[in-house]
Design a binder for this molecule. Structure first.
Ligand code: ADP
Ligand code: MG
Length: 275
């Protein structure tokens, strides 16, 4: 059984101007320890997909049809407190495209990262050890290229830049080691070296802990680095889905071919970073 099984998922938004069909009949699986990169231009439904899987759609959205099974549970049937337990524990973790909404404004960064580690220790049946947790937090913050982490953790979210919050959220996911790590364009605003480092960290996380990843990007080159498989979305429709190498080298759909031709050539070396 796959960790995530999405079947014929359709989602609409109600707007003052009418109904927007944001996702139409989208079907895919993510196996345990597998990464899926979702690629598509702005407005293609990528964020809607991430929010739908996490049950975080805004109030004007509606699931029209389909099912989402996560770890054997039909998450569309869960109550809001049950789904919160899955997100707050270590089931599904999501890094949002808009980092401003992700951290709790009333707690210091340190407290929020400590809580993430504490939840994981609990799940693993280990007693929480504060000094060990701090060492781990510092090391992960250095991994995501946060300068002066010992100063940063004493701050509140409003004292940080968007890029810093984004990296802290990525770090929080690394510390929590959820079953499913969802990241919605987490690196788009970061500089290229930091972006490359973060893609590497996510790949390590997947390899070391068998974590599944749903990674969203508008950049097919990034998708080819992080994804075992690639899904191409266009106007809420699934255009193409397959192993990364075949999507990159033998794209079936003209839209995928257009995405590929709009970027500098992906080198064989980059694609062979796939393991
Ligand atoms: N909260 C919302 N209310 C109404 N329409 C929305 C909302 N969020 C997204 N949409 C619409 O749904 C479609 C898909 O959007 P989105 O999932 O954000 O795409 P992407 O993440 O690929 O840019 C777009 O047409 C967008 O305008
Ligand atoms: Mg988006």
């Amino acid at each position: 059984m796959a960790l995530l099984e999405v079947r014929e998922l359709s989602v609409v938004y109600r707007t003052p101007f009418g109904i927007v069909n944001a996702l139409n009949d989208v079907t895919f699986n993510i196996d345990r320890g597998e990464s899926l990169a979702v690629v598509g231009e702005s407005g293609s439904g990528k964020s809607t997909l991430a929010l739908a899987v996490s049950r975080l759609l805004p109030p004007n959205a509606r699931y029209v049809s389909g099912s989402i099974m996560f770890d054997g549970i039909n998450i569309l049937r869960l109550s809001s407190s049950e789904i919160r337990r899955i997100r707050g524990g270590t089931g599904i973790f999501m890094v949002f495209q808009e980092p401003a909404t992700s951290l709790n404004p009333v707690f210091k960064v340190k407290d929020q990262l400590m809580e993430a580690v504490r939840i994981r220790y609990e799940r693993e049946g280990n007693t929480f050890d504060e000094s060990k947790a701090i060492t781990e937090i510092m090391s992960v913050l250095r991994d995501v290229r946060i300068p002066d982490p010992e100063l940063i953790i004493e701050r509140y979210p409003h004292q940080l830049s968007g890029g810093q919050i984004q990296r802290i959220m990525i770090a929080m996911g690394l510390l929590m080691r959820p079953k499913l790590y969802i990241a919605d364009e987490p690196t788009s605003a970061l500089d290229v070296t930091v972006q490359a480092q973060i893609l590497k960290l996510l790949r390590d996380l997947k390899r070391e802990y068998g974590i599944s990843i749903l990674f969203i990007t508008h950049d097919i080159a990034v998708a080819s680095i992080i994804g075992d498989s690639i899904m191409v979305l266009y106007a809420g429709q699934l255009m193409e889905l397959g192993p990364t190498k075949s999507v990159i080298y033998e794209p079936r759909h003209p839209y995928t071919q257009a995405l590929l031709s709009s970027i500098p050539k992906i080198s064989k070396a980059e694609a062979s970073c796939q393991q």
